[in-house]
Design a binder for this molecule. Sequence first.
Ligand SMILES: NC(=O)c1ccc[n+]([C@@H]2O[C@H](COP(=O)([O-])OP(=O)(O)OC[C@H]3O[C@@H](n4cnc5c(N)ncnc54)[C@H](O)[C@@H]3O)[C@@H](O)[C@H]2O)c1
Length: 262
Amino acid sequence: MTAAQDTGDFAGLGALVTGGASGIGAAIATLLLARGARVAVLDRDTASAPEGTLALQADVTDDAAVRAAVDAAAAEFGALHTVVSNAGIGAIGTVADNDDAEWLRVLDINVLGMVRTARHALPHLRRAAADRPGAVSITHTCSIAATAGLPQRALYSASKGAVQSLTLAMAADHVREGIRVNCVNPGTADTPWVGRLLDQASDPAAERAALEARQPTGRLVGADEVAAAVAYLASPAAAAVTGTALAVDGGMQGLRLRPATP
Ligand SMILES: NC(=O)c1ccc[n+]([C@@H]2O[C@H](COP(=O)([O-])OP(=O)(O)OC[C@H]3O[C@@H](n4cnc5c(N)ncnc54)[C@H](O)[C@@H]3O)[C@@H](O)[C@H]2O)c1
């Protein structure tokens, strides 16, 4: 046992983070661990799962594999209190640019992946809620793309819009069971995913500058900043918070700035 597992606000809690081997998910897993949780990472590629986590290789499109991983985490920790459904992929283009197969592939990962994770976690979460009221939750990694119209992101935005609506419906369904359901809506975050996007741009430096300028804070969001928001939503301190979408987007959704004067 680490010191945090004795004294942190997640002490005694078992957590599962999907997509926890990279970027935002890895930052979430690392933070929950530091705050005392025992943390399992469900990822299709666990090679980079943060040290100290229980790495469970599974693809969120594989219902049986998700069930096995969720059950394994609950068995290892004795209980599952915190589920963070974060695994997701991007998609570029207008509504005309992706064929049906690509739409189904992205929705299968980004939306149904969260459905499968929740479906198999719920029996464990219900049991945990009886012991630790207020400390049991599901948090989805949604996106600014759910609430703002971004160019060239039709499919990705549709998937994240579905995630935000799913969050609300699940929050209503499970509030009386003591299970809170929320999402975070990051703006463009500095992760390996965005690094890959920049690498594909004809002028990566100009593309990065454009993404930074799109956020009123003038910089990309840090994965650790998203993790802090997720940890808040999942923590016992947020016992009264359910059905909420917490923007971590450098002001991108809500602010309307005038151009900076030179
Ligand atoms: N980076 C951003 O700008 C940004 C902004 C808003 C929302 N998000 C969301 O944050 C989440 C994480 O993104 P990130 O930037 O950290 O990306 P990332 O590519 O760095 O990490 C994603 C992780 O998910 C895993 N994953 C992908 N598909 C999977 C599958 N089918 N089964 C199991 N695991 C799978 C990957 O292996 C990887 O470890 C995604 O849901 C994404 O939509 C990202």
